[in-house]
Design a protein around this ligand. Structure first.
Ligand SMILES: *Cc1c(COP(=O)(O)O)cnc(C)c1O
Length: 461
């Protein structure tokens, strides 16, 4: 198998994700063989990057590291030329270690530990956000020359999977007060940021927040600031099955940007997408380690062996798998994720299905992945596969009950790998990119792909 290394991690070239899953399940030592594992398809991330460049060409993405700090994800995005949104010293360190320039980093945590601010100062990471008065005094004492970005609360973050307004962002009406203090302290505030909430499913949240940011630009101008940065945050959808598409958001967002911050206004626009880049690239395979059968009409009732269920009772199968809500499925608790189990191989048509539930490996009753679903009867040793597991999963997993975090295998489509090799040698701006299908994110097959330049028309297949 062809492979190369990216940020010190092996990437398999030319293996499709499900293929690699099947390959892994038949390889390795016995224990390793049944461990849960991730497969990351880096081509998916390359395609997301292309779609971004096409639909939001004016907006520079700064990937939110906290969403998934897998070394290959970081290495790939660094190679593609994105910036990074870091929330801590540790994250800043990870990015600087890849030799990414400090001006490609925004320290976008409005509430920072003092020693972390000093670390940022020492390494030239000067862009950072704030949303309160005390933070300004702290920054004055630790990094007076930083380039500050005021984070405002968006007008409405109720239409998103995870709301952030209760924790971060000043009321835009209080922005004048904070900016006056910044002026008195002789601090350099360069622009405005917001976050409409993670997993936003209403595009108007973006356009309304852009309008609100514009009003803060005007207040700043009256106070003698010369703002030139707008940071539209994260919140973009990351999987093709989401309630809203990235394109629908761009169709609403772009006119707002053109109206309030037209090209030529001298305002640089950046964003902090997290789940957008990684959600659909990662697939998790878990192994069925145990199984119980209970009478269907009394699930959770007394467990009996399958043969012990009387003939007129249909069984409900409880499957115990080796990753759960204390591990990668913490997204069910923290990220309000919705997940669906799939089988490694599509079952034959007409195979009977049974009422089933899926449970994690810890000894906690809360550790349930799926309370109710229909599955063919499965046996221990078989695999269940969960797609769209790249965002806010492995990064927040614990080792509760001594359960290890799953290993991640990385794969990339050959054409994407060739692009990366070129990118390593040349400037991103003259790179010719492959077209990609906007509905599925898959590459449109091409033989002479080198000659096709990325543009919106070729994406609209
Ligand atoms: C978490 C976070 C992001 C990323 O949000 P997504 O919804 O995953 O795009 C961006 N910016 C900030 C400040 C964040 O806290």
């Amino acid at each position: 198998m062809m492979q190369f290394t990216l940020n010190k991690t092996v990437v398999h070239i030319g293996k499709a994700a499900p293929e690699l899953a099947a390959w892994k399940s038949g390889a390795g030592t016995y224990e390793d063989k049944e461990d849960a594992f991730f497969v990351a398809d880096l081509s998916d991330i390359v395609n997301k990057f292309r779609i971004w460049k096409c639909l939001l060409p004016r907006v520079q993405p700064f990937y939110a590291v906290k969403c998934n700090d897998d070394p290959c994800v970081l290495g790939l995005l660094a190679q593609l030329g994105t910036g990074f949104d870091c929330a801590s010293k540790g994250e800043i360190q990870r990015i600087l270690d890849m030799k990414v320039s400090p001006n490609r980093i925004i320290y976008a945590n409005p509430c920072k530990q003092k020693s972390y601010i000093k670390y940022a100062a020492k390494h030239g990471v000067s862009m950072m956000t704030f949303d309160n008065e005390i933070e300004l005094y702290k920054i004055k004492a630790t990094f007076p020359n930083s380039k500050l970005v005021i984070r405002i609360m968006p007008p409405d973050d109720s239409k998103s999977q995870c709301q952030l307004g209760m924790k971060f962002g000043c009321d835009p009406n209080d922005a004048g007060h904070l900016l006056r203090i910044a002026k008195e302290l002789d601090l350099n505030v360069i622009g405005v940021s917001f976050h409409v909430g993670s997993g936003c499913y209403d595009a108007t949240a973006f356009s309304e927040a852009v309008a609100s940011a514009h009003s803060v630009f005007q207040v700043a101008e009256e106070l003698g600031f010369n703002f030139d940065l707008l940071d539209i945050g994260g919140g973009f959808p990351g999987q093709w099955s989401d309630k809203i598409t990235f394109k629908e958001i761009c169709d609403e967002l772009t006119p707002a940007l053109d109206r309030y911050f037209p090209e030529g206004s001298g305002v640089r626009v950046i964003a902090e997408p997290g789940r957008y880049f990684v959600a659909s690239a990662f697939t998790l395979a878990v192994n069925i380690i145990a199984k119980r059968a209970v009478p269907r009409d009394n699930p959770g009732g007394y467990a009996v062996v399958v043969d012990g269920i009387s003939r007129d009772e249909e069984p409900h199968y409880m499957y115990y798998v080796n990753d759960g809500v204390y591990g990668s499925f913490n997204c069910l608790l923290f990220d309000h994720a919705e997940i669906e189990p799939n089988l490694l191989e599509t079952p034959e048509p007409g195979v009977p299905t049974y009422s089933s539930s899926i449970w994690g490996p810890t000894c906690d009753g809360l550790d349930c992945i799926k309370k109710q679903c229909l599955l063919p009867e499965l046996n221990t040793g078989e695999w269940l596969v969960f797609r769209n597991m790249g965002a806010y999963t492995m990064c927040a997993a614990s080792a509760f009950n001594g359960m290890p975090k799953p290993h991640c295998y990385h794969t990339i489509h050959e054409s994407c790998w060739m692009l990366l090799m070129k990118l390593a040698k040349s400037d991103a701006s003259d790179l010719k990119l492959l077209p990609v299908n906007m509905k599925t994110g898959h590459n449109v097959p091409q033989t002479e792909h080198d000659s096709i330049v990325l543009d919106c028309d070729c994406l609209r297949t």
